[in-house]
Design a protein around this ligand. Structure first.
Ligand code: PNS
Length: 223
C-alpha cells in the first residue's frame, strides 16, 4: 500500500512538471506571436536609454494610426510638394507637413505666410495637418510620436543629400524610418528655388504652384 502511494506521488509529480512545461511553452509561443504582430523585439541589448525604450513602446502603441512627418522649407509650396502630400495621405493615417521655422536660407515668404499657403492648398485632405518646427527634426518627430519622416526624391541628384540626411537622422533616432516617395514625373524638374527665380524674373509659373501661391508670388515679385 505504501509502495502504491509512493508510485502515485511519483506519477503526479511527473504529470505536474509536464503540465508546467507545456504552459511555459504556450506562454512563450503567445509572446512570440504578440511580438510578430507588433513588430516588437525582445532584444533590448541594442537599445539606448530608458527614455528611448519608453518612446518605442509609445510608438508601437500608436502603430495602427501611423503618423508621418513631411518636413521642409516650403518656400513656397509647389505642385510637386502637393503631389507628394496626396500620395502620403493614401499611405499614412495622419500626415504632418512641418515647416522649418529658422531656416538658414533667406526665405522669400515668412513662416506664417508659408503655413497659410500650405493650409489653403491642403484643406481638401482631412488627415493632413500643417505645423511649424524648430531645431532638430528627429526631436520634433519624437515629440509628435511619429514613426516616419517622409521625403520626396525627384531625381538621382536628390539622392545623395537625402541619403545623408536619412542616415544621420537614423543615427540620431534609430526608431524613426525615413520613407522616400517619388512625385509624378511632370514635377521632377520643379523646385521652390526655381519657382522663386522664374517669378522674380517675370516668367510664368502657372501650373507649377497652386493659384493662391501664384498670386502671392506675383505680388511679391512686383514689389
Ligand atoms: O525643403 P528642404 O529645405 O529640403 O528641407 C530640409 C529640412 C528642413 C528637412 C532639413 O533641413 C531639416 O531637417 N532641418 C532641421 C534641422 C535638422 O534636423 N538637421 C539635421 C538633419 S540630418
Amino acid at each position: 500500500m505504501l509502495r502504491f502511494g509512493l508510485k502515485l506521488r511519483l506519477i503526479w509529480s511527473h504529470m505536474s512538471k509536464a503540465c508546467h512545461r507545456i504552459a511555459a511553452s504556450a506562454a512563450e509561443q503567445s509572446s512570440i506571436e504578440v511580438e510578430r504582430e507588433t513588430g516588437a523585439t525582445r532584444d533590448f541589448s541594442q537599445r539606448g536609454t530608458n527614455d528611448r525604450i519608453e518612446w518605442r513602446a509609445d510608438a508601437l502603441a500608436t502603430m495602427k494610426t501611423a503618423l508621418a512627418i513631411y518636413p521642409g522649407s516650403f518656400d513656397p509650396v509647389t505642385n510637386g510638394h502637393l503631389d507628394l502630400i496626396e500620395r502620403g495621405t493614401k499611405i499614412f493615417d495622419r500626415l504632418v507637413v512641418a515647416v522649418l521655422r529658422n531656416s538658414e536660407k533667406d526665405p522669400m515668404f515668412t513662416t506664417a505666410e508659408r503655413v497659410e499657403m500650405l493650409r489653403e492648398a491642403t484643406k481638401q485632405w482631412e488627415n493632413v495637418e500643417v505645423d511649424v518646427f524648430d531645431g532638430l527634426l528627429v526631436q520634433y518627430a519624437r515629440q509628435r510620436k511619429a514613426q516616419v519622416i517622409l521625403r520626396g526624391i525627384r531625381a538621382i541628384s536628390d539622392y545623395e543629400y537625402e541619403l545623408q540626411m536619412a542616415l544621420m537622422n537614423r543615427k540620431l533616432e534609430p526608431h524613426i524610418e525615413t520613407v522616400f516617395m517619388m512625385p509624378a514625373e511632370a514635377y521632377s524638374y520643379l523646385s521652390s528655388r526655381l519657382v522663386r527665380e522664374i517669378s522674380n524674373l517675370g516668367g510664368t509659373i502657372s501650373g507649377l504652384v497652386p493659384p493662391t501661391v501664384e498670386a502671392r508670388l506675383k505680388s511679391k515679385s512686383q514689389k
